[in-house]
Write a protein that binds this ligand. Structure first.
Ligand SMILES: [Zn+2]
Length: 606
């Protein structure tokens, strides 16, 4: 491409030199040829004018043909020429005509030189760009960056193309189209390395083809033979205790739904919130789930949540509520099938089930039995998904019992994919994948695209507390820090290197929160909303996220590290959460009698 550009520049210079020679030769002929001189002397002035005019027109047309002069310049030169000759006839001076004609040609050549000059400058820019692209694209460069470079290249070609001859522009347009097609295909593929089944099995007999298809290809891509039934509409769910029923209506509606309030009222927030949501969306009727199966299932999942400060069933319930908010307040609500609704809610409720309150890194470093079971690969997330399906394998708890085998595999895949995506070690990988593949115009009527979006929704809901009202956010922060510090204490006991932000002696809490919001949550929410394009998510979540970032920033400025150390040593982390007191008062504000009734109703294992 660049070589071609350089060739076209050289060609233009040559053409200009030829044009000048052509014009000068014409002049010499006129001046020196005796017959032409005779023509000058004997003919009328008008005749001489015509000779000059003809010569200039020939020069201009010749140049136009060779240089592909822009039409505007050509018309402009032509008009100037006519004006010059009209003036010339009027003034009756041959030398005057000669000068004007020559000047016009110079102006014309000057315009072309300008174009060539800017094209040459652009060419230099391209050379610099080329060097930087070669430097950027290393063997491990992610697809997103490669695609960005392709799009940059397309833009560069488009801008340089403006200053090139029409033929070159035509070639540029073809190259741009080709690059755009390649980029679009790269963006849309789910599969970078796996060859197509038809190509691999081309020369195989029928039996071998079936064997290869079954064993070597992902046979989970089961075609949708039975379309999902049921339209999801919010329903009012009858609930014994009116105060709580009124509160639960906020699920999916209120971004700042207060799950602490529910956990303050009863011991089983995940069961209460989960059951209410499943009934509210009419999923129990669509999938013929009896109240008893639903309650036993939710209770069993809830009971498998250890009593961690943060990773407990209140977190699960809160994540489900945030997830429902994303679905209800975006275009997803019109495209989601009933299976995706139920699968999504279950994935949320069980996404941290069995969490030991330590992170993957700790489990791997300590050769924990969970890490051994799952071969150090996304160990917690693998375990959470596995527990859900172990619970579901019990007939008395299988809320998916009414599904046919293909539908069950579909919902199982969805739940597993969603939970595995919550592994933070896959965070940037997934974000880059989503940004590369999707945007506001992506067709969410395609099941695979919705599946990818639901993964992103659960990921966002999982860290969604960072975008909640500052009171709620601060409370969640306090709890996660407590869990982190407990892990840090254990790491110290075991003589391991203390994980980042897990050392209660040195961690600067406000600074760690600024970093978490800025580096993880913000890019996640902006990516989510770049696809969902929801005003509600923009206003309720992203704006609050920015406010919360500013809040921690101001706290970080106020308190330097030494005060953090002092307070931490006194085991008084709560001094860094000025709003916590207000939240504690709100927690469980139902009358004590009501609380007991709710607990009794939902905690069937008691
Ligand atoms: Zn979680």
């Amino acid at each position: 491409m660049f070589i071609e550009q350089r060739g076209s520049l050289n060609k233009e210079y040559t053409v200009i030199v030829y044009s000048c020679l052509y014009f000068v030769t014409g002049l010499i002929i006129i001046v020196t040829d005796p017959e032409v001189i005779l023509l000058f002397e004997n003919s009328s002035k008008k005749h001489v004018n015509s000779s000059y005019f003809l010569l200039f027109l020939l020069t201009l047309l010749g140049s136009k043909y060779l240089i592909k002069m822009k039409t505007l310049y050509f018309i402009l030169s032509y008009i100037l020429l006519v004006i010059a000759f009209v003036l010339g006839i009027h003034k009756n001076e041959t030398v005057y005509h000669h000068t004007i004609t020559f000047c016009l040609l110079i102006v014309y050549i000057y315009f072309n030189s300008l174009e060539i000059k800017s094209a040459k400058e652009m060419y230099q820019v391209l050379l610099t760009e080329e060097a930087s692209v070669v430097k950027t694209l290393q063997p491990n460069t992610p697809l997103e960056e490669i695609l960005t470079e392709i799009h940059n290249g397309i833009d560069k070609i488009a801008s340089i193309s403006k200053n090139t001859p029409a033929t070159v522009q035509k070639i540029h347009r073809r190259i741009v189209k080709l690059l755009q097609n390649i980029a679009a295909k790269m963006q849309s593929t789910n599969n970078l390395y796996m060859p197509r089944l038809e190509l691999v099995t081309k020369n195989m007999d029928a039996d071998d083809k079936i064997y290869i298809e079954q064993e070597c290809f992902d046979n989970q891509q089961i075609p949708d033979k039975n379309p999902d039934i049921g339209i999801i509409e919010r329903k009012v769910v009858e609930y014994g205790i009116s105060e709580l029923a009124g509160f639960l209506k906020g699920i999916g509606k209120e971004w700042n739904f207060n799950s602490f309030f529910v956990s303050g009222c009863c011991k089983t927030p995940a069961t209460v919130i989960g059951k209410y949501a499943i009934k509210m969306y009419g999923l129990d009727e669509i999938f013929s789930i009896s109240d008893s199966v639903l309650e036993v299932f939710l209770n069993d999942i809830e009971n498998k949540y250890p009593d961690n400060p943060y990773h407990n069933s209140t977190h699960a319930a809160d994540v489900m509520s945030s997830f429902a908010y994303f679905l209800t307040n975006s275009k997803l609500s019109d495209s989601m099938t009933s299976i995706e609704w139920l699968g999504g809610l279950v994935a949320c409720l069980g996404h941290d089930v069995g969490h030991p309150g330590k992170n993957n890194r700790f489990l791997v470093m300590t050769n924990h039995k969970i890490a051994v079971t799952y071969n150090d690969i996304s160990v917690l997330e693998m375990m959470h998904a596995s527990i859900i399906f172990k619970v579901l394998s019990n007939n008395t708890m299988n809320i998916f019992a009414s599904l046919q085998a293909d539908k069950f595999i579909q919902v199982r895949k969805l739940i597993i994919d969603m939970i595995l995506a919550t592994d933070l070690s896959k965070h940037f990988d997934i974000l880059s994948y989503m940004r590369t593949k999707y945007n506001e115009t992506s067709d969410i009527s395609v099941r695979e695209i919705r599946g990818d979006l639901l993964r992103l929704c659960l990921k966002s809901a999982d860290v969604g507390h960072a975008a909640k009202s500052i009171e709620l956010h601060e409370r969640w922060c306090f709890l996660i820090i407590e869990e982190f510090f407990a892990q840090g204490d254990l790491e110290k006991q075991k003589g391991l290197a203390v994980s980042m932000y897990c050392d209660r002696e040195t961690t600067n809490i406000p600074k760690s929160q600024v970093g978490f919001i800025r580096n993880i949550v913000f890019s996640l929410f902006t990516t989510l909303n770049s696809i969902l394009a929801s005003d509600e998510i923009e206003n309720a979540c992203l704006n609050q996220l920015k406010q919360n970032e500013r809040y921690w920033e101001s706290l970080a400025k106020q308190r330097n590290l030494s005060t953090v150390q002092k307070a931490s040593k006194a085991k008084n982390e709560s001094s860094f959460f000025p709003l916590l007191k207000r939240m504690t008062i709100r927690k469980g504000s139902l009358p004590p009698l009501c609380s007991r009734k709710v607990t009794k109703e939902f905690n069937m294992n008691d």
